[in-house]
Design a protein around this ligand. Structure first.
Ligand code: GRG
Length: 301
């Protein structure tokens, strides 16, 4: 298995799915639909939708009636992109650059950016509701709502904003933020892919493979955020495609400010090793997911 070829194969499937499934840029109101497409089609690593597709393929038995994971993968990318648009707004992180281009509120305006984010979040649930039968569709909606909701993604973002204001968050507060702001959507991507591949949600509560995907996603998500903190401190804006060095300038508590760069790198490696150990328990040892976990702890953007 060649990781670059597989990653490129998934990325092109995802880009084609986004092109096909998102409302056309010309649909009324054009400004809103153009902003939605500008944000989602503006690049990005496509990590989360890739996890959906790869997890689903692990279980796909190539039988008649097999469910297509692509609508769920696009839905996950829509929720992720909404969170980036809103995070970049002046009332939150106030950033001008995302994915190497002006943020949506810079390219359009603040109201359009806010509403494009709202519309992407809503559209994600429409995609899942239209794309799947009640079993496992109901479980997919619950998983996505839980990951994106007030206890997880939004809860993590709220605690992140509160921590920034007091600038002396504890390790336990930081771990809540990482677990929810970052790991929740990564965990949900793997679980949603698994539920689609397995094809029924009937046993999802006690299904050992779903539990493995959830644990792996949690480890991978935590590693991903620690690497993000290290890159913010060590990389540059051109490489990242978003403003580098913001955490230190804001006096923000991060893995780097609490533990230093070397200890943070080691934690990210350990967590990615823990994700790999989980992935290896899955059918055929999940070689793509194992390799992907390795590349994420070494990523440069
Ligand atoms: C506004 C509800 C709400 C949440 C915002 C996404 C987010 C939460 C904040 C952005 C800042 C940040 C560091 C979030 C942690 C997750 C993260 C590293 C997001 C960036 O994900 P990548 O690197 O982005 O996968 P691309 O552009 O490659 O998709």
């Amino acid at each position: 298995m060649n990781i670059s070829e597989e990653t490129a194969r998934y990325a092109s499937l995802i880009d084609a799915g986004i092109e096909r499934l998102l409302p056309p840029a010309g649909a009324r109101p054009q400004r809103l639909h153009a902003a939605m497409r500008y944000a989602v089609q503006g690049g990005g690593k496509r990590l989360r939708p890739m996890l959906v597709l790869a997890a689903a393929e692990l279980f796909a038995r190539k039988k008649a009636g097999e469910l297509d994971p692509l609508p769920a993968a696009v839905a996950i990318e829509c929720v992720h992109t909404y969170s980036l648009i809103h995070d970049d707004l002046p009332c939150m992180d106030n950033d001008d650059l995302r994915r190497g281009r002006p943020t949506v509120h810079k390219a359009f305006d603040e109201a359009t950016a806010l509403l494009a984010g709202d519309a992407l979040l809503t559209f994600a649930f429409e995609l899942v509701a239209r794309g799947y039968p009640p079993d496992p569709g109901h479980a997919l909606v619950l998983e996505l709502a839980d990951a994106a909701g007030s206890r997880r993604l939004i809860g993590g973002q709220v605690e992140d904003l509160l921590a920034e204001r007091k600038a002396d968050a504890t390790a336990s507060e930081l771990s809540f933020i990482h677990l929810n702001k970052t790991a929740a959507m990564i965990e949900a991507s793997l679980v949603i892919g698994g539920l689609i591949g397995i094809g029924t949600a009937a046993a999802s509560g006690s299904n050992e493979e779903v539990a493995i995907l959830r644990r792996a996603g949690r480890h991978l998500g935590l590693a991903f955020q620690i690497v993000d903190d290290v890159l913010d401190a060590t990389s540059d804006t051109a490489t990242l495609g978003k403003t580098a060095g913001k955490d230190a300038r804001a006096g923000k508590t991060t893995s780097v400010s609490l533990h230093g760069i070397e200890a943070s790198r080691k934690s990210a490696m350990d967590l990615s090793g823990a994700a790999v150990a989980e992935f290896k328990k899955l059918p055929d040892g999940a070689p793509f997911l194992v390799a992907l976990a390795g590349t994420l702890s070494q990523r440069v953007k």
